[in-house]
Design a protein around this ligand. Structure first.
Ligand code: HEM
Length: 571
């Protein structure tokens, strides 16, 4: 018996050993292939591009927004409109293209998807919503979401933009001090819809006797746009502008802070082996999990109540359903074939997605706009003059059609796109057509790029918006006038709204009209009533989006201090 046990034990050991040897052999082959064999046959090797040591990368030059405009400019002059660079090293060659035909091809072809690393990062943060999905699932979610973003839906949401913009204006007015002669109502005595009486802030505590004051525009805009997406997205009051950020609002902010930290070795490793986060969750992982739970619990309550409400009242003759994005989404979902409806979990993930994709981006775009207006008093003055013609902000068509406001918004989106760049991966070997030929390393000239399955393509959103070839020599200057003279614009635009900021193709920004309208309402409301002046040198840093910080104060995180005073003479 003992012999039998020994024999069994020895055989198991042998098998285990053989298994480990096979595993090590497979691992060695994988490493050999990854670092040596595959790079040797990578067609991108033939492309022009910057050189570096085998283990060196070019991420920093390309992704740091304080360096990338210069890098793009110098490298496109040196290598042409399409080149390759080192990802994690020389074994990881990646493509960058400024060629409109190639950009069109990559962003519109089903052969290119968000890399699985991006999808995993997004799923961990915001669940399985439309942003994290690809392929058929993505197309299906996008179709159900579409009615919530059409013109009719926007019209319904417009009063929310106005309500929140005016609330923000009143908060700022109150911070400046009591000597206001501004002929608009002081902060409302009755709280805005959705806020409880007790949630309104005590304005006296923030008053300042000086006729001007410095505010952190970034923080204020962040709160305002979060309130907007709460109300417009799912009729939910975050009360962020009242300083009484409630639990979902705090959870969301906590989640963003955790996600903003640049990934270290462990985070990168965890993308490949997510189990590590289960075994050894760090503070960021715990924060994200906790935030997701809070957001999901609230999301569950919201989805259930809304669906019951819609089901119960649909047949009432005078029923006017809520017009927020989630209600429209639930309605659109209910009209789908029974087997193809989104589950409650999927609906909840759309809530996190909208929070993530719709608030921070728009808040940054508005902040950058006020920054540029503060640096350019003449442009600010001209905008104020146009806004004086606007009798009421309530008229959506009027606000949307103001030509100079439109030019200022377009120019901000061009020069300060909140998303610095995006990335796709080739799902199969492909040939990318080019409009501008490139010279390969051997000297041959070609009008197409061969790319193999698994290669990454970086789409330089900001680079395309700032390209001198596309926008002219003054591409780096904030000049809204270029949008007023059609002759100064490129013959052919890439991207939604004529800029690359919202990307293009089937995964482009679904909320672009929403964002532009929200920007217009906020900018016109605050620029009518306040003057903006710079107080610090502002730099940019890139986390998930491009944020401002005060030069030499990066440790304080995103900040955009601006001096505001009332424009008494205009009123
Ligand atoms: C100025 C503000 C905004 C900017 C610059 C912006 C930019 C973008 C960009 C560049 C993408 C594509 C990302 C990629 O290709 O990898 C995107 C996707 C998306 N955006 Fe926006 N966005 C803004 C506002 C909004 C708003 C207000 C909403 C919703 C209310 C929204 C919802 C989304 C969603 C759901 C996606 C994913 C679309 C998909 O994968 O099909 N965005 N956005």
């Amino acid at each position: 018996m003992a012999e039998l046990v020994l024999c069994f034990f020895a055989t198991t050991l042998k098998l285990l050993f053989a298994f480990l040897v096979a595993l090590a052999f497979k691992g060695a082959l994988w490493v050999l292939n990854l670092f040596i064999l595959a790079p040797l046959s990578d067609p991108l090797r033939r492309l022009p591009g910057p050189t570096a040591g085998y283990w060196e990368n070019h991420f920093w030059e390309l992704i740091d927004p304080n360096q990338s405009p210069k890098t793009h400019d110098v490298w496109t002059r040196r290598y042409g409109k399409t080149w390759r660079f080192h990802g994690f090293g020389a074994f990881d060659l990646r493509l960058v293209t400024f060629d409109s035909r190639a950009v069109d091809h990559v962003l519109n072809s089903p052969n290119y998807e968000k890399p699985w690393q991006t999808q995993r990062f997004l799923s961990r943060l915001i669940g399985q919503g439309v942003f994290a999905k690809e392929g058929q699932e993505h197309r299906w979610q996008r179709r159900i979401l579409a009615p919530a973003f059409n013109s009719a839906a926007l019209k319904e949401m417009y009063p929310i933009f106005v309500q929140k913009a005016e609330e923000l204006r009143d908060r700022w007015d109150n911070i400046i001090g009591p000597s206001s002669s501004i002929p608009y109502p002081t902060p409302p005595s009755t709280p805005p819809p959705g806020e409880r009486e007790s949630d309104t802030v005590d304005f006296s505590s923030t008053k300042n006797t000086s006729p001007e004051t410095i505010i952190d525009v970034c923080d204020w805009m962040n709160r305002a746009t979060l309130d907007v997406i709460g109300l417009a997205g799912f009729s939910y009051s975050f009360n962020s502008l009242t300083n009484k950020c409630e639990e979902v609002c705090s959870a969301y902010r906590e989640m963003l802070q955790a996600a903003e930290k640049p990934p270290g070795f462990k985070e990168l490793f965890a993308l490949w082996f997510p189990i590590i986060e289960d075994i050894l969750p760090d503070a960021a992982t715990r924060a994200i999990r906790h935030s997701r739970k809070v957001i999901n619990d609230a999301g569950h309550r919201i989805v259930t109540t809304k669906r019951e409400d819609i089901l119960a009242k649909t047949h009432q003759i005078d029923y006017a359903p809520e017009r927020d994005i989630l209600s429209l989404l639930i309605k659109s979902n209910m009209s789908e074939d029974y087997t193809r409806r989104m589950t409650d979990e999927e609906l909840m993930d759309q809530i996190s997605t909208l929070l993530f994709a719709g608030s921070d981006t728009t808040s940054l775009a508005i902040s950058w706009c006020l920054h540029h207006l503060s640096l350019n008093p003449r442009i600010q003055e001209r905008l104020k003059e146009e806004l004086q013609l606007l009798h009421s902000i309530e008229d959506m068509t009027l606000v949307d059609k103001l030509p100079y406001l439109n030019a200022v918004v377009q120019e901000t989106l061009r020069l300060c796109p909140p998303a610095h760049s995006t990335i796709r991966v080739a799902m199969e070997d492909d040939i990318i057509p080019l409009s501008y030929p490139i010279r390969l390393r051997g000297g041959a000239v070609t009008q197409e790029v061969h790319i193999r399955k698994g290669s990454y393509v970086h789409i330089p959103i900001e680079g395309l918006n700032m390209s001198k070839d596309i926008w002219g020599k003054d591409a780096l200057t904030f000049d809204p006038d270029r949008w007023m003279c059609p002759g100064r614009l490129p013959a052919r635009h890439l991207g939604l709204a004529d800029v690359m900021s919202f990307s293009q193709g089937p995964s482009s920004c679904i909320g672009w009209r929403f964002a532009i309208l929200e920007m217009k309402v906020f900018i016109s409301t605050v620029v009518r009533y306040f003057n903006f002046a710079p107080v610090a040198e502002i730099r940019r840093f890139n986390t998930v989006v491009t944020r401002p910080y005060v030069k030499d104060r990066l440790e304080n995180g995103a900040q955009l201090p601006i001096k505001i005073s009332r424009s008494h003479d205009r009123l």
